[in-house]
Design a protein around this ligand. Sequence first.
Ligand SMILES: Nc1nc2c(c(=O)[nH]1)N=C([C@H](O)[C@H](O)COP(=O)(O)OP(=O)(O)OP(=O)(O)O)CN2
Length: 167
Amino acid sequence: MNNSAQYKVRVTKDHLVFSAAHFITFNGNICERLHGHNWRVAAELSGPLDENCYVFDFIALRDRLQKTVDSLDHRVLLPMKHHMIEVSEIDEEVQATFEKRRWVFPKEDCILLPIENTTAELIAHWIGLQLMPVIGSNASSQLELLQIEVEENFGQWAICQLAIPQN
Ligand SMILES: Nc1nc2c(c(=O)[nH]1)N=C([C@H](O)[C@H](O)COP(=O)(O)OP(=O)(O)OP(=O)(O)O)CN2
């Protein structure tokens, strides 16, 4: 075999999609209205071949990604680290405030994300972090790079690449 070959696996499926509401801020203090998207997700792993001649098992990657996607489906995505959007849990509700605006949601309809803003880039990063435990579970793994892609609207992809720590 040619030792200079480089390998990747990539997973994307019709069901690797979540429908969720969000609002972001941009350009300082411009805050969007609450709105929704059907966010499509893909994951790619790069690294050498293992004893199965796999970079990584498609099925394990697909199933962990599906679990993460499902946790976001039919939810309101709220940022916990935003410097202007305050998010708090009050009994069975979640309240978000920005300047004079206030949104209140049932707690079960929300997912509170430890990110600064619910941009496609930071959602891709968060999804990547959720995949790390399954990717890092094999002590002999020499996987190099995880790439997560999130499509917020048709043809508008954000991509996050995460280096995989070597064991
Ligand atoms: N690099 C990024 N750019 C933008 C992001 C982002 O996450 N990363 N997000 C937004 C907004 O969330 C915006 O709502 C994107 O939605 P979209 O529907 O594409 O925006 P439009 O107002 O153009 O809606 P149409 O329905 O297509 O008219 C913006 N940029």
